[in-house]
Design a protein around this ligand. Structure first.
Ligand code: UD1
Length: 374
């Protein structure tokens, strides 16, 4: 559906991406909007993630165009990082004056960009709105709560998101269920990587290994918690191959804490295609990532999430996900033994159908068409 704007009156959406989990969500939305005559996209990279393996490889593999601007904010404390994005975005928005700013996910770049836009009275759309873990110790939970309050258009990936927003006083006119755009990317790339394995993992038997991703501060910043998790992984590696593409935060802390990864195949961070290939062939996944909980649900791979809450409860109720709240060596090993070798059928929560980005473009067109009346 196109709103049929004349070219000179195209409605400009400025998309903001900054960290690894943002890139696979922005990619399909940019594609979907490209084909809408009335919409024009700009892309800003905040630079929250900057290593080639955490950023550039995703742009290359997912065909994301070169950003129109790069803020280069880099790492820092939460205040430093959030403030740097806020200052950088304010200047970009004053110069570009878009009709709408679209932020995705729940990272520091998301909330900072939303705040900069809202203060300049530029409408904000939040993609992946409404998810709640109800754990305010998670920086992402604070980012989610604040971003949704600042947003004029809350685009939700699952119906629980709609209910959470309504309960927080966000009116139904601001909420639009669109489904899960990350699954659009999975659907597009999966046929190309089916049967492939990341470099160095070719000999791993299909469904015969465990894939691990860990990066949450609650798991990796605490020496005794991380030691307990690593002990479980070393133990598991005596029984089945364990492959662990390690996030830079985790690697740094494991070194500082002097932890052993004996027998575990530790890799650097993987690009999107390699990661998807690794997950798709795994017998079980151990993670603390939000996105991986969703991907394993759609892939039908059992997933153990080392957290006591999830903002994606649908992956537990309708998918393959199971929480391991206490994250002790014993609990992880016990959960492994009950879940290993029980692949589930592929799960499709509502709107996780590979067409969510088209619904995002529809929602933006409709919003643009009604903008004059607001
Ligand atoms: C951030 C997000 C988290 C998301 C995760 C995905 C916030 C609050 N957190 O966490 O929600 O799940 O990204 O990866 O926004 N580093 C590098 N190279 C990089 C980026 C980071 O080495 O390209 C290292 C730096 O030492 C940095 C640390 O990783 O201090 C943490 O990076 P940061 O962006 O602060 O948070 P993440 O843990 O990546």
């Amino acid at each position: 559906m196109s709103a049929g704007f004349p070219p000179e009156a195209r409605f400009t959406v400025l998309h903001v991406a900054g960290a690894r989990p943002n890139f696979m969500k922005v990619a399909p939305v940019l594609r979907a909007m490209e084909s809408r005559a009335g919409l024009r996209s700009l892309l800003i990279h905040t630079g929250q993630h900057y290593d080639a393996a955490m950023s550039l490889s995703f742009f290359d593999e997912l065909g994301i165009p070169e950003p129109d601007e790069h803020l280069g904010v880099g790492s820092g404390t939460h205040a430093q990082q959030t403030a740097a994005v806020l200052v950088g975005m304010e200047a970009v928005l004053q110069k570009r004056r878009p009709d709408m700013v679209m932020v995705v996910g729940d990272v520091n770049s998301t909330v900072a960009a939303a705040l900069a836009a809202a203060k300049l009275h530029i409408p904000v759309a939040h993609l992946e709105a409404g998810l709640r873990s109800r754990d305010r110790r998670m920086p992402e939970e604070l980012n989610r709560l604040l971003t949704d309050q600042l947003s004029d258009l809350c685009l939700t990936p699952s119906r629980d998101g709609d209910a959470n927003l309504l309960a927080e006083g966000i009116g139904p006119e601001r909420i639009r269920f669109v489904g899960n755009v990350m699954i659009d990317t999975l659907e597009r790339i999966l046929p190309e990587v089916r049967g492939l394995a990341p470099a160095g993992c070719e000999s791993l038997p299909e469904r015969g290994y465990v894939a691990v991703t860990l990066h949450r501060p609650s798991n990796v910043d605490n020496a005794s918690t991380l030691a307990g998790i690593f002990r479980a992984l070393v133990e598991l590696a005596r029984e089945v191959p364990v492959v662990f593409p390690m996030h830079p935060r985790t690697r740094k802390n494991a070194t500082v804490f002097g932890l052993s990864t004996d027998g575990v195949r530790v890799l650097g961070p993987l690009g999107y295609r390699d990661m998807l290939a690794l997950l798709a062939r795994a017998g079980l996944v151990i993670t603390d990532s939000g996105g991986v909980q969703e991907e394993t649900t759609v892939l039908g791979v059992p997933c153990l999430t080392l957290r006591d809450t999830t903002e994606r409860p649908i992956t537990v109720t309708e998918g393959t996900n199971r929480l391991v709240p206490d994250r002790s060596t014993h609990s992880i090993l016990e959960a492994f033994r009950t879940s290993w070798g029980t692949p589930s059928p592929t799960k499709r929560p509502e709107g996780w159908d590979g067409r969510a980005a088209e619904r995002v473009a529809d929602a933006v067109e409709e919003w643009a068409a009604g903008a004059d009346r607001r």
